[in-house]
Design a protein around this ligand. Structure first.
Ligand SMILES: [Zn+2]
Ligand SMILES: [Zn+2]
Length: 127
C-alpha cells in the first residue's frame, strides 16, 4: 500500500499506548498514518485531550489537497472531515472502506496525555 500523499510504500507499525496495542500503516517519509476501519476509535478512547502540537500539523493547503484511498483497488477520492474534537485537524476518510488517513502530527494532536497523569504531574510539581 502506498502513501496517498507522497506515494512512499507504507510500513506496518504497532502503536502502543498503555495497555493497548494496534497495528497501523505508517509512511516513513511524511509520517502520515493509515487506519483501517475501527482502528482509530479504540485508540482515541485510550487517552484524554490535553496538549496540542500545532506546528506538527500540515498547512491548511496541504490538508485540503485531495487524496486517493490507498486501500481500495480503484483508489477512490477520499472525503475531508474535521475532527470532532479539534477543527484544526482535517482528516481524510474513504467512504468505500471506511479507512482514515491522518497526516503526520495529526494523531499527536488528537491524542493527549491522560487526565490522571496530567494531575499526577501537577501534584509532583507541588510537592
Ligand atoms: Zn507519505
Ligand atoms: Zn478505501
Amino acid at each position: 500500500m502506498d502513501c496517498p500523499r507522497c506515494q512512499t510504500t507504507l510500513e506496518t507499525q504497532p502503536i502502543v499506548e498503555r495497555n493497548d496495542r494496534i497495528i497501523v500503516d505508517k509512511c516513513p517519509s511524511c509520517q502520515g498514518i493509515w487506519f483501517d476501519k475501527n482502528e482509530l476509535t479504540p485508540l482515541e478512547n485510550i487517552s484524554e485531550p490535553v496538549l496540542i502540537e500545532w506546528r506538527k500539523i500540515p498547512s491548511e493547503y496541504d490538508q485540503l489537497t485531495a487524496l486517493n484511498c490507498p486501500f481500495c483497488p480503484e483508489h477512490p477520492m477520499m472525503k475531508k472531515a474535521e475532527h470532532p474534537r479539534d477543527e484544526k485537524v482535517i482528516y481524510d476518510y474513504c467512504e468505500s472502506c471506511s479507512g482514515i488517513w491522518l497526516d503526520g502530527g495529526e494523531l499527536e494532536a488528537i491524542q493527549k496525555e491522560s487526565w490522571v497523569s496530567a494531575i499526577a504531574n501537577l501534584f509532583r510539581k507541588l510537592h
